[in-house]
Design a protein. Structure first.
Length: 132
């Protein structure tokens, strides 16, 4: 079995990525996060849904700040945090299902999927840039 690792994995150097590109993806995702909160406030919901939303925010900003601040030293770290974001988003969507009106849920689902798609594009870009 052959494995491909990033060069920086061996030297504990930060992953290479243009911070302006990360900021571009951040600017693309931020409105989706704002829309999620706005949609939750449109109806009466349990406070636990806001806690689940906060977990999405935390895992999202961990990825963004890690790339901007160059704290990631391996692709594995980045992909693990991306997986955490995916799990938090899925948990949030499952929590919302059946508790929120259909139109609001559709908007929440759409915004969650856009966040995941954008972060997936960002992580794949980082992977492509850092594989040698």
């Amino acid at each position: 079995m052959m494995s491909i690792y990033s060069y920086s994995t061996y030297n504990n150097e930060p992953l290479k990525i243009n911070p302006k590109l990360v900021e571009y993806y951040k600017d693309e995702c931020d409105p989706y996060l704002v829309n999620l909160k706005r949609e939750l406030t449109r109806s009466l919901v349990d406070y636990k849904l806001f806690q689940d939303l906060q977990e999405i925010n935390n895992s999202y900003y961990k990825i963004i700040s890690g790339l901007i601040d160059n704290t990631y030293t391996s692709l594995t770290e980045l992909f693990n945090d991306s997986k955490t974001l995916t799990n938090n988003t899925n948990k949030f969507q499952k929590s919302c299902y059946g508790k929120i009106d259909g139109d609001i849920f559709d908007s929440i689902y759409h915004n969650c999927e856009n966040i995941l798609l954008t972060i997936n594009k960002l992580t794949q870009t980082v992977k492509t840039v850092n594989l040698k």
